[in-house]
Every structure is written in C-alpha cells, then in structure tokens.
Design a protein around this ligand. Structure first.
Ligand code: FAD
Length: 508
C-alpha cells in the first residue's frame, strides 16, 4: 500500500512494529527484509514515488527537480566548496545512481576490525549478505552489446599504458544501454530497489508513505518509540498533514547528511562526539578528453570499465557520460561562443572522473528550522592525490589519442599534449583552485564496539538509545575507496537479520 501526500485529508496516526525512515540503499533493504519476516513495517520517504514509466530523460531539469535533493544543488562549504548530489525520491540515490557494484574491499574490513572492533565484518561473514543483495539486484558484468564507446576509449588508453582495468559489475538485467542511469532508468533494466526491493516490500504487506519528511524521532526513557513528520505538497512544499508513527523499532536511513541531522534535531547526542562528524565524500575530479573521432558517449551504458591500477593508492577512475546541461557545467565558458564549442566537442568527448579514497573530513551541522549545513576541508594529502589522479586520467586520454584535455583547475583548464600533463605539477595550484564534486557521502554515525569512539554498535543500534537503528552510508567508520551502495545494502541486510533474530527484545 502506498500513501502519498496528494491523497491525505487528515493527520496520520499509526502503530507498527518497525518504522523505517528513508527508502534508499539502506532503507529499502531494511524495509523489505523485515516485512518479509512477518513484521508490520511502515517505510517513510520524503521524496515522491516515480515509476520507471514516468522517467522522461530528455528533460534533465525535470529529473533533477523530481529525483534529487535540492534539484542536485547541494554543496559542502570549504576550500574548495564541493558540490554533492543525493537522491530524494523512492529508492533514494539508488534510483539515480550509476549502478556500479563492489563488495567491501578486504583491506577496509580489516581496518574496521582493528580500529573499531568490528570483528564480525570479515569477508567470509559478510559473504552471504553480499550474495543476497547481488541476487536481488542482479549484479553482473556489463553486457557486451550495451557497452559504450567512451568506456572502450578509456580502456584503450589504459591498455596502452599497461594499467589494470576492471570490467564493472553493475546491477542490471535487461540493460539496453540508454545511458540515462542518473536521471532514472527508463526501462527498469538497472534493477535498483525501485523495481526490486520496494515491490517486494509492498508485496510482503509493507506500507509506504511518500512526500513525508520526518522531523523528529519520538523518545521515551532513552528508547525510541517512533517518529513524527509532515506530509508535504511536492509543488508548493506546504504541509498537508501531520504524521505520527508509534513503533517498537525505529530505523533511520536518510543518508549520511540527513540521518545525523534528524538524530540531532531529535535531541540525541553521542558520548563519542562523532555524531555528524567524520563525513567522507570520495571527492571526484572531473576530466574531459576531446578526440577527433566521433564517440557518441551517450550511446551505451556508463562506466563499463574502471581503472583499478591505483586502487591501493586510493584512486579509481572511470568514464561517465552525462546529459549536455550537466556536461556544460565542466567549462568556465558561456554564451553563443560556448554553444559552438559544445556543438563541436559533445559527440567527440570522453567525460571521466577519478574517485579519491579520502582522509579529509567534513561535518554536518544541524540548524534551527530544519536547516542543515555541511562542511568539508580537503587536506594536503587528498589535494595531492586529486592532482595525481587528474594527471593519470589526462595521461590515459592522451595515450588513447585525445587532442585536448580539460582539467578541473581554475587556473589550468586546458592542456594539449601528454607533455603538458606535467603542468599539473609545475603550475602553482592551491586546493581552492580545484573543482570537486561528490556523489558518495558516508560516515557521520560511525559503527564500532566502543561508545566513546562510535555512534552505533555493530548491529547498527545507537549506543545511547535503545530500539533506534541507523542503516545507511553514515555507518561507515571510514571512506571505503570503491562505489558504496552494495556495502550499504549488505550491512542493512545483516542488520535486518540481527534485528529479526533478537526481535523479542523489542516487542515489549
Ligand atoms: C548520481 C549518483 C551516482 C551514483 N553512482 C553510484 C554507483 O554507480 N555505485 C554505487 O555504489 N553508488 C553510487 N552512488 C552512491 C549511492 O547511490 C549511495 O551511496 C547510496 O544510495 C546511499 O544510500 P543511503 O541509504 O545512505 O542513502 P540514499 O540512498 O540517498 O537514501 C536516503 C533517502 O532518505 C530520504 N530522506 C532523507 N531525509 C528524510 C527525512 N527526514 N524523512 C523522510 N525521508 C528522508 C531521502 O529522500 C532519500 O530517498 C551514486 C550516487 C549518486 C547521487
């Protein structure tokens, strides 16, 4: 059953076993797994329920408005400021993500065991949870027939230089290579939770409430007893009704910015001081290569390959063709002249990015009136890593035959040969000159055994509040260096199993 703000005529007041807030990678998994175990589950989502049939990807603006938080215009304040994007719709960021899937790297799990006492998160013990997620969202290599030309060009450059590449694993079934993953897959071939976990949740009798923003967690004697929120009109943003849910278990899955904000707004503090801190973002440097040959990067699925040669240094690279309106943002140009440049290069370009496994940290600050500010300070180590990643990607493009490469530096925007890659090191560049963006926010409610060091325990329950769980990217104790959705989903599966095994503890 789905209840949307458009249908409500009076306030909602309901009781259930479990309320899950946020329907993205963590929330959709939690909701489905617990509903299928016979619990009454209400899943609340701030954004709307947009079906695959509604995805009209020629209208990028509409997709951004309907599917992204703040239409994609969210940023982290710092030097430099960093744009970040997250979903705000049923399925959360998984509805608009690239679909790349990675199991959590062993080195990361080992670090979490040593530093945070997460001894149960070994590759062997996590295997069944990853396997279950992979089965449900159909994780497999990209089909040969849906691969795009820009990925092949990236691979060509990497092969020439002897760099290791990885044929990406993605969640997909009948991918036709529409290359519209980030504006909503128009065929459902991507197999995100929107077409997998959410229908299974509804089939198991779950109730989904959409266009409902949870404002507070209800608390009594250091125990969570449900949530309070408001139904919002999607167009006017006016409040249409109040919502009160009483539950035995409350699970917050609002993503690494909104989750700590909701906890703080509810008056929750963590003895560790870690709540809202340790925001990691996998900063991305965008690098564009222009070639003589026609490429048509928009034909075929994005990111068929990633370059993994430098993964131990904390760098992975891939190409990701993006709609023209967003593509144009990569340039410092505008006006009629720029329109001609766009016409000249659009079908001859490869748009790639390098992802950094960051050690820099950011913070989520909760302000009055339901406002949130996020900050992020790029440290010297990560700035150097970003420069190196940019240089490597530029080198790969030139090795593949690029005639020109556009760089993400304010005062070094264009280079024209492989020899000029060195300019990245010889030009005076400061962090503030670097254009960064992020689509992987993590780490603000980190998990661990020690309440003085972490916000939640190894099953995701808050050290300081009983019956209150977190199950999203904010659990990560550190940056993981690879695309995070599968780790979030595997951890949520594990947590759901633990909750249902110990359900009698909460049914009082
Ligand atoms: C453009 C893009 C491309 C990406 N590509 C990849 C990729 O290829 N592979 C990969 O592994 N990862 C990718 N990611 C990242 C991945 O999708 C996210 O890391 C993951 O979805 C985060 O899961 P989550 O559960 O933490 O939050 P989300 O999936 O973002 O879900 C949070 C949900 O909570 C809702 N919410 C927030 N606050 C409230 C509230 N107060 N009340 C009610 N609901 C609320 C939000 O509206 C949202 O729907 C990408 C992300 C983006 C944006």
């Amino acid at each position: 059953m789905i209840i949307d703000s458009g249908q409500v005529t009076k306030n909602i007041d309901e009781t259930c076993d479990v309320v899950v807030v946020g329907s993205g990678a963590g929330g959709s998994v939690m909701a489905k797994e617990l509903a299928e175990r016979g619990l009454s589950v209400i899943l609340i989502e701030e954004g709307g329920y947009h079906t695959v049939e509604s995805f009209n990807n020629t209208d990028t603006i509409n997709s951004l408005v309907n599917l992204y938080r703040n239409a994609g215009g969210t940023f982290l304040a710092g030097k430099p400021n960093v744009m970040y994007a997250e979903g705000c719709c049923v399925g959360g960021s998984t509805t608009i993500n690239g679909g790349m899937c990675w199991r959590t790297p062993d080195k990361i799990l080992k670090r979490w065991q040593w530093e945070f006492g997460l001894t149960d998160l070994t590759p062997k013990k996590m295997e069944p949870f990853h396997h279950r997620v992979e089965e449900i969202i159909s994780v497999k290599p990209v089909l040969q027939e849906s691969m795009n030309n820009d990925s092949m060009i990236l691979k060509r450059g990497a092969d020439k230089l002897g760099y290791q590449t990885r044929a990406n694993l993605r969640n997909h079934n009948t991918c036709v290579g529409a290359n519209q993953c980030i504006t909503g897959c128009p065929t459902g071939g991507k197999q995100p939770p929107l077409v997998t976990y959410i229908p299974a949740f509804l089939k198991a009798g779950g109730k989904l409430i959409t266009h409902c923003r949870v404002k507070k967690i209800r608390l009594k004697n250091r125990r969570a007893t449900g949530v309070k929120g408001v139904m919002i009109d999607p167009v006017t943003k006016a409040v249409r009704a109040k919502v009160k849910i009483r539950s035995k278990i409350t699970i917050v899955c609002c993503g690494a910015v909104q989750t700590p904000a909701l906890l703080m707004r509810s008056g929750i503090r963590s003895a560790s001081g870690a709540l809202g801190n340790n925001l990691f973002i996998h900063p991305n440097t965008k690098v564009l290569g222009v070639f003589d040959e026609p490429i048509y990067g928009w034909k075929g699925v994005n990111q068929a390959y990633q370059i993994t040669e430098f993964i131990d240094e904390g760098i992975i690279m891939g190409v990701n063709f993006i709609p023209p309106g967003i593509f144009a943002l990569a340039f410092p140009f505008y006006g009629g002249g720029f329109l001609n440049t766009m016409k000249e290069i659009f079908n001859h370009s490869v748009c790639g990015a390098a992802l950094i496994e960051d050690t820099s940290r950011g913070r989520v600050i909760n302000l009055p009136f339901d406002q949130v500010v996020t900050t992020y300070q790029l440290n010297a180590r990560d700035f150097e890593l970003a420069k190196r990643a940019t240089a490597l990607l530029a080198e790969i493009y030139f090795a593949a035959g690029a005639k020109r490469v556009y760089l993400p530096f304010r005062n070094l925007h264009e280079i024209n040969s492989i020899d000029e890659v060195r300019k990245i090191y010889t030009t005076q560049l400061k962090p503030i000159d670097l254009e960064l963006m992020s689509v992987h926010i993590m780490g603000t409610c980190r998990m661990g055994i020690n309440s003085q060091q972490s916000v939640v325990n190894p099953s995701g329950e808050l050290h300081d509040v009983k019956g209150l769980f977190v199950a999203d990217a904010s659990l990560f104790p550190s940056s993981i260096g690879v695309n995070p959705q599968q780790t979030i989903m595997a951890l949520a599966t594990r947590s759901a199993f633990l909750i249902s095994e110990n359900i009698s503890r909460y049914m009082i």
